[in-house]
Write a protein that binds this ligand. Sequence first.
Ligand code: GLN
Length: 491
Amino acid sequence: MTDAPITGLTLAADIAAGRSSAVAALDGHLARIAEREDEIHAFNLVTADQARAAAESIDQRLAAGEDVGPLAGVPVALKDNMCTEGVATTCSSRILEGWIPPYDATVVQKLEAAGAVMVGKTNLDEFAMGSSTENSAFGPTLNPLDTSRVPGGSSGGSAAAVAAGFAPLSLGSDTGGSIRQPAALCGVVGMKPSYGAVSRYGLIAFASSLDQIGPFTHDVADSAALFEVIAGHDPQDSTSIPHQALTDAGVLSVSERLSEGVDGLRVGVISELMGSIDGFEPEVLAQTRAAADALAGAGAKVDEVSIPSAIYGLSAYYLIAPAEASSNLARYDGVRYGHREQGKANTGLMMSASRTAGFGAEVKRRIMLGTYGLSAGYHDAFYGKAQRVRTLIINDFERAYQDFDVLLSPTSPCVAFPFGAKADPLTMYLNDVATIPSNLAGHPALSVPFGTGADNMPVGVQVLAPMLGEAVMYQVAAEIERAAVAAGGAS
Ligand code: GLN
């Protein structure tokens, strides 16, 4: 990447002040897409015509003196598991190929109301199951920083779209790390909100008790701004947090906190995720320690904290998430959605043939794992036990947050890896060890770039906060970003 990418807030300010326009902003980004998208494959679909119409209308409304919204004219890319009315939504699966949602997800409505311009739907691991986008039915996304490497996943297309300058903002979904891990691997900021802070209405379900939508951006200020646009209570999502609780916790006004610094804040570095288990690259650990030191230098009280159950999150997650997926994905039966195999003798055979043809290997593996873990006789030993581990993790983190305002760890044990490097599923699953606990607990967590690791690839440091702790999480992330920029380590 040569010239520094323009941020969403800068672009919004330029457009609002008449120094640029929505159409010019769109053209600039479409030009970058034309230059590199064939190589990167960040998108399943680029909605250029629709985006142009939206941008023209925004420019007209701005010319008429209307307040179009905080993101007026800013291009945004959406992970292709969020419903967009009239625009194909595939989850990067053959089974949904050709399906056109009849409604917009709540986040899509909110983006539109804020004046953002959707430029396309981004690639993902099929049904968001994976950590590299290698599981997409439409081929992988390449890491814009080194095209021999994965961009991470499952929201690899959204991370790559921002990293490649295809859009300054994008949305992903995070069930076990799918926003934070690709953000780390692509050198951008990625954030998973508190469970219930952002509506899941119109997000195609993977594991409903874990899924959350969140932003990808170049910097922390953009992340805070985009989060404020998409957050809020939604009566369409029964797990959505009431407006008053979000307001009281400062969740809807996180931007105010970015310049406050960290003086006196208590930061706990999670020992279990700092090398006491195998698989963490030394450079990743060193950068995480350097970020902690920078916080200490800025006045935070930094200490190690042990959360013994944290590492068991991985095993619990790979029972709970597949269990929920096996139930959620039962709806793809060749009748209600998408692909149907023709010429079968009866409905049962048609359904089984449609699912066999429509789902990829990883999705089938998850459905089988989940069905097995839920089956009579095994339910208590697998699913039940995993739920008890989940409670243990929640309790352990809550205990830690009595002593600390935020916690710190690497986002991913390693930097972006080459395609094919984690071919066996277990090796791939192990990549999620640091991100999964926040999903199981429902807590917010954010990955912020901090320097580079092996082969000069970016490292992401994870800031974890308690339930509805977005404000303090962003406050700390902003300080880490300032330290990264000061050290010249910003990507
Ligand atoms: N990598 C994890 C999985 O494969 C997380 C995916 C996600 O967050 N959507 O399940």
